[in-house]
Design a protein around this ligand. Structure first.
Ligand code: AP5
Ligand code: ZN
Ligand code: ZN
Length: 213
């Protein structure tokens, strides 16, 4: 399957991705994770992306389209993929359609993580992540077995630099202004499934399974 996950910051895209990946055996491409890795490694891409990311603004379409184009060449992505956090502008959505058209394929389903903005601050400020795997935890909603430590690798967890109440405001603004039109773009194609993303993770996963069955 070729899937897109769209939703505001903290809506649960990263939480559901590994579950969807395990269930349907797809490649998981999260532009945010890839950009954070580039920033940490101080690559030319990371240097260009850092300023926008720290402010909670979107990185330029050309940069993210470039990394997706490259990442989609991976053998594991040939039979299906989950795009988490991409496309985030209508231009990105159009570019993705062009890329897939060349391969004679198209997006099958867009999972829309619909949720009220008011719930997101608590989710974002309580989040801890394991940078190399992208696994997310939450001090209240999904605590790790040992505080501050990844369950699988035993490595330390960190908080994202953009996970402050302040930067969240810009991220939400970018979502409503630039990314909501992308949901409309896919509505017109008739491939959007709306999820109740405010529900507990297990219930959201059940809705995902229903949408994909
Ligand atoms: P990105 O990394 O994509 O961040 P985001 O879209 O803001 O989304 P988040 O990762 O914050 O939220 P999530 O939905 O994954 O939430 P999670 O599952 O972890 O992008 C970061 C930046 O990179 C952007 O601001 C931009 O600068 C740049 N960028 C990335 N892609 C780009 C693009 N295509 N174009 C341009 N720029 C781009 O959950 C959050 C917390 O809540 C966790 O602690 C989790 O444990 C908890 N939680 C999850 N689900 C539930 C639940 N059901 N109930 C209770 N708690 C839950
Ligand atoms: Zn995420
Ligand atoms: Zn809105």
């Amino acid at each position: 399957k070729r899937l897109i996950l769209i939703g505001p910051p903290g809506s649960g895209k990263g939480t559901q991705s590994p579950l969807i990946k395990d269930e349907y055996c797809l490649c998981h491409l999260a532009t945010g994770d890839m950009l954070r890795a580039a920033v940490a490694a101080k690559t030319p891409l990371g240097v260009k992306a850092k300023e926008a990311m720290d402010k909670g603004e979107l990185v330029s379409d050309d940069l993210v389209v470039g990394i997706i184009d490259e990442a989609m060449k991976k053998p594991s992505c040939q039979n299906g993929f989950i795009l988490d956090g991409f496309p985030r502008t209508v231009v990105q959505a159009q570019k993705l359609d062009e890329m897939l058209e060349k391969k004679g394929t198209k997006v099958d389903k867009v999972l829309n993580f619909a949720i009220d903005d008011a719930i997101l601050e608590e989710r974002i400020t309580g989040r801890w992540i394991h940078p190399s795997s992208g696994r997310s935890y939450h001090t209240k909603f999904a605590p790790p077995k040992v505080p501050g430590v990844d369950d699988v690798t035993g490595e330390p967890l960190i908080q994202r630099k953009d996970d402050t109440a302040e930067v969240l405001k810009s991220r939400l603004e970018a979502f409503h202004r630039q990314t909501e039109p992308v949901i409309d773009y896919y509505y017109k194609k008739g491939i959007v499934a709306n999820l109740h993303a405010e529900k507990p993770p297990k219930e959201v996963m059940a809705e995902v399974q229903k949408a994909l069955s």
